[in-house]
Write a protein that binds this ligand. Structure first.
Ligand code: ATP
Length: 591
């Protein structure tokens, strides 16, 4: 399996399904009405054998033909009622079951947005995808159909056995005796089925992850000729799923065998005992016919029990998998009593004694970072590959929280600000820009949706993206494909940069946002940025010495700490490690 957190102890089917209650409760009226309609439909069907008994014992046995039309009409009426009630059930449950599915899906999505980056680091995206799609469809199907019929069929069985006992206590006893091994075997098989159901649903999530990763990384995978390997991996995973599905089918087949054989045995026993009763005069023919007809009516509720229990098991597993995600508490949230930033925001950014360790990692990436950015200052951050530059920048907008120490803006700890305030104050752009499937305008104004077109164009100008956006077929309205695939790497970076500078946030955190630009364009963007950065405090991760030139001062990150801070020219003159690093940046060897 993928790097999925281990599932908790397998909860019982019922206790797992109980967790659907918060979503089911608001719709209880139509759902209960739907259940009652289904029950009434089944009972209407069960009434037919009783009328049959009257026909056999009356018009047939005793020639009482005058009541025959009424009895036939009765059979017809019950048949019609059954059909009408089944239609009514469908109409009653369609809307609530779909609503429950979409409510659960919306809540899951909103929850995923609140969960910290650390959660998404740990969970494979396919596992989340399968929970948001197939698992929720399984739950809808259970609420609309199998859950209702599980209850209705159980009630039908009890009522049917009751009718048999009423017709003839002996015949009822036969059925009751048959019911005991049926229940025991069914429960045993159901338990094993739920284990296989859980495995199959997890394997589906793994498959989704593989498909998603291969679709997203198609360029790299193709260019490296990984297609065959990946296909072999996918086929192996897919075989694993097929194996589990076959185990499920085998268990279900065993269940079907028991569930089909036992009612047949009961019918045989009723026929034998009943015929003996009729021959010895203790039973009327009509009662025997009625008993056999009732048994044939009970045949479906019994036989379907296995399949319905399997569906309940699938739904319980789906519910457990759903709540595994929902139960994760968002670790990065608004504080209980948030503080406000002094107005106007000056943008003094300070890191004091900052240590950070990734969840589950063995050692700290940052051990004691002290760094002070004066309001309006541009600070470049340099360091060898893996020294923790990206990690450090992620602590400012609270993508992760510090393990020790503090990050403050104008003296206020970022953890004391509401996330909305913090995100308004600190804007970020990363080396790998993510664009969403939407228009250029929506992509640039993602963090400030109310921005005017002039503001968007201004931001595009700063990022030197106005030229190519103007040349797009529909300008700002041009939809850029999934992840902006139709744009070049440099164009995507410039849009991400425009997104960060839109709204002129007091603090900008840029993680090497110009790496994909050619030297000429980088110089142009830098000149424009210089004007913008004039009043903005900026922390800029630099992988090229040209980006370093942009900064007022440079900080060197080394060994989890800031080794030195100073002006580029001073550091070049005085600091050997800095000089060596800059030389390696020029040659592109920083590891
Ligand atoms: N999500 C994560 N979970 C665990 N460890 C991580 C995670 N992300 C990064 N690391 C580790 O943290 C260390 C610092 O990584 P980081 O990306 O911050 O370095 P960097 O200085 O930005 O590197 P580069 O210059 O290559 O971009 C590395 O050893 C990396 O393996």
């Amino acid at each position: 399996m993928s790097d999925l957190p281990p599932p908790g102890p397998t909860a019982g089917t019922l206790s797992a399904l109980r967790r659907l209650l918060p979503y089911v409760r608001p719709h209880r009226t139509p759902l209960i009405a739907g259940g009652l309609a289904a029950l009434a439909a089944t009972l209407a069907g069960l009434a037919v054998p009783l009328v049959t008994r009257e026909i056999v014992d009356g018009p047939i046995a005793r020639g009482e033909l005058d009541v025959l039309p009424w009895l036939v009409l009765g059979v017809l009426a019950f048949g019609l009622a059954e059909a009408a009630l089944i239609t009514l059930r469908r109409a009653l449950v369609a809307r609530p079951s779909n609503q429950i599915e979409s409510d659960m899906r919306a809540d899951l999505f909103a929850h995923l947005q609140r969960l910290p980056v650390a959660f998404h680091d740990r969970w494979a995206s396919g596992q989340l995808l399968s929970r948001a799609t197939t698992d929720l469809t399984t739950i809808r199907w259970f609420v609309a159909f199998s859950g209702i019929f599980l209850v209705v069929n159980a009630v039908t069985l009890v009522v049917g056995i009751g009718v048999l006992v009423w017709l003839s206590p002996w015949l009822g006893l036969v059925v009751a005796v048959v019911a005991v091994p049926l229940t025991v075997l069914t429960m045993a098989l159901e338990r094993r089925f739920s284990v296989a159901a859980r495995r199959a649903q997890d394997q589906q999530g793994d498959l989704a992850t593989t498909v998603e990763e291969s679709a997203l990384g198609i360029r790299v995978l193709k260019s490296l000729g990984r297609g065959r390997r990946l296909t072999a991996h996918f086929v192996a995973e897919s075989r694993g799923l097929r194996g589990t599905e076959l185990v499920k089918l085998r268990l279900l087949a065993g269940l079907w065998f028991v569930l089909v054989m036992l009612p047949e045995t009961a019918i045989a026993a009723i026929l034998g005992l009943g015929a003996y009763g009729v021959a010895t005069g203790s039973l009327t023919i009509g009662t025997l016919v009625a008993a056999v007809t009732v048994m044939t009516y009970l045949y479906w509720p019994v036989a379907s029990l296995g399949w319905l229990l399997a569906e309940a098991s699938n739904a319980a597993t789906a519910t457990t998998r759903y709540w595994e995600v929902r139960d994760v508490l968002p670790a990065i949230t608004d504080p209980a009593s948030p503080l406000a930033l002094p107005s106007p925001v000056r943008g003094a950014l300070e890191l004091r004694g900052v240590a950070f360790r990734y969840p589950g990692a063995e050692r700290d990436v940052l051990t004691g970072v002290d760094l002070v950015l004066r309001p309006g200052e541009t600070m470049a951050l340099v360091g060898v590959t893996g020294s923790g530059k990206t990690t450090l920048t992620a602590l400012v907008p609270r993508l992760y929280d510090v393990s020790a120490g503090s990050v403050t803006v104008d003296g206020v700890d970022v953890r004391d600000l509401t996330l909305a305030d913090l995100r308004r104050t600190v804007a970020t752009a990363f080396e790998d820009p993510v664009l969403i499937s939407a228009s250029v305008r929506e992509n640039v104004a993602l963090g400030s949706p109310g921005s005017s077109d002039e503001d968007v164009w201004e931001a595009l100008r700063v990022a030197r993206a106005d030229g190519f956006v103007a040349a797009l077929p529909w300008g700002l309205d041009t939809r850029i494909g999934e992840q902006g695939m139709s744009l070049s790497g440099g164009q995507r970076q410039r849009l991400a940069l425009a997104r960060a500078v839109l709204g002129r946030p007091p603090v900008l955190v840029l993680d090497d946002p110009l790496s994909a630009l050619d030297v000429h364009t980088e110089a142009e963007v830098e000149t424009a940025l210089r004007q913008v950065l004039g009043g903005v405090t900026a922390l800029v991760v630099a992988h090229r010495s040209s980006t370093v030139q942009l900064a007022d001062r440079v900080a060197l990150l080394s060994g989890g700490r800031i080794a030195v801070v100073g002006e580029h020219s001073d550091l070049m003159a005085t600091h050997a490690e800095y000089r060596a690093l800059l030389a390696s940046l020029e040659t592109g060897v920083t590891a």
